[in-house]
Unconditional design. Structure first.
Length: 370
């Protein structure tokens, strides 16, 4: 079950799993399943009985949204996490991947940031409610692992961008907001009103004490509302001083890396419900203890013929002989000045930053593959 499979992160993980041959996927839109409704979430788990869960659904937004809707960010995310993680455990789900954010780390964390900086000093105030909710989700995973021996893993990606992103001029994250602002300013500068109307028609724009603009609005109204967000034919004005350093990661690269902790020991070979792994599969795939240490499954020698199960519908592609993943692709650091360049690079297991917070937390940032 991929919660939030239509969003930026969820859709990237969904597509990544499909490309790797995992076809038995379940997803629900917000209209089909409200994750804030505990009774609805329980009913969904009762009916579907998923074997593994990816919790990519969350109430997210940029700096302005975090400042204006602080209560929504903390209570909605806490409620989503409590419902999904709690019902996953109640229904016997042993493998869960929880998507967090690097904003869980302190505002004054030493750079480059290390995982042991967590909970050592105050958080950034602007997104403190969201960060506290994500820390609570991380600690929920840790606590279930320690008490019940589950394999619930938290992944902390940095600033993401990619397909299915939110391009709202006020509530979106920094990179999609910059892309849309620069696109609209370029269209205004070139007098391409057809492109401007197509953009605001797909995503209408509102501003305080101003009319809502869409494809049918007058040019004067469009110019006035866009100017409120710093978009003019002559220039683009961005929020902030320009001094803070930001890291960005392509969402599909994040999905490649997230597959590493979540799919180890779980794939098309044993994705059938309630199927136990064979003797050879049990020794091949490592088991993760609550403390994050790998142990091989030990089974007694087979003394009888084991009943064979039906083969999976689609075999995994490009898996190596150890059952791992294809080489991770890393976007080059020149993404701000030129089109992204995808560089093939094999990432050995020892190069991933694994922190022992009584279980493994994977922080996906630019230096994690160095």
């Amino acid at each position: 079950y991929v919660a939030g499979h239509r969003g930026l992160v969820g859709s990237a993980i969904w597509n990544n799993l499909m490309q790797r041959g995992y076809t038995n996927l379940v997803g629900r839109t917000h209209q089909e399943l409200d994750l804030l409704d505990g009774a609805a979430v329980k009913k969904f788990f009762d009916e579907e009985r998923p074997d593994a869960v990816v919790l990519a659904a969350a109430h997210v937004g940029g700096i302005m949204a975090n400042l204006k809707y602080r209560a929504d960010f903390i209570w909605q995310n806490l409620q989503i996490q409590q419902n999904v993680i709690g019902e996953a455990w109640k229904h016997g789900v042993q493998r869960l991947l929880f998507l967090g954010s690097t904003c869980i780390y302190p505002r004054e964390a030493p750079q480059p940031m290390t995982e042991d900086s967590l909970l050592t000093s105050p958080l950034e105030y602007t997104n403190e409610p969201y960060a506290i909710a994500k820390i609570a989700g991380l600690k929920m995973c840790e606590s279930f692992n320690l008490q019940y021996g589950t394999n619930y893993i938290a992944v902390m990606p940095t600033n993401l961008y990619g397909p299915n992103d939110n391009f709202h001029l006020e509530n979106s994250h920094v990179l999609p907001a910059m892309i849309r602002k620069i696109h609209l300013a370029k269209c205004l500068n070139e007098g391409d009103w057809a492109a401007v109307r197509r953009d605001v028609g797909l995503r209408p724009v509102t501003a305080p004490d101003m009319p809502r603009i869409d494809a049918e609005s007058s040019e004067a109204d469009i110019l006035r509302v866009l100017a409120h967000y710093g978009i003019t034919p002559q220039a683009v004005t961005l929020w902030g001083t320009g001094r803070p350093m930001r890291e960005f990661l392509w969402s599909e690269e994040m999905a490649d890396a997230s597959e590493l902790p979540h799919q180890r020991g779980y794939g098309p070979r044993n994705q059938h419900p309630r199927r136990r792994p064979t003797h050879h599969e049990g020794n091949r795939f490592p088991r993760r203890t609550p403390l994050g240490q790998h142990q091989a499954r030990r089974h007694p020698p087979q003394t009888h013929r084991r009943e064979q199960t039906a083969p999976p519908r689609l075999a995994p592609q490009n898996r190596n002989r150890r059952g791992g993943t294809p080489p991770l692709r890393v976007v080059s650091e020149g993404y701000l000045h030129q089109p992204p360049v995808v560089v093939p690079r094999t990432v050995p297991r020892r190069s991933l930053h694994c922190v022992r917070l009584n279980f493994q937390v994977y922080v996906l940032c630019r230096n994690f593959a160095r």
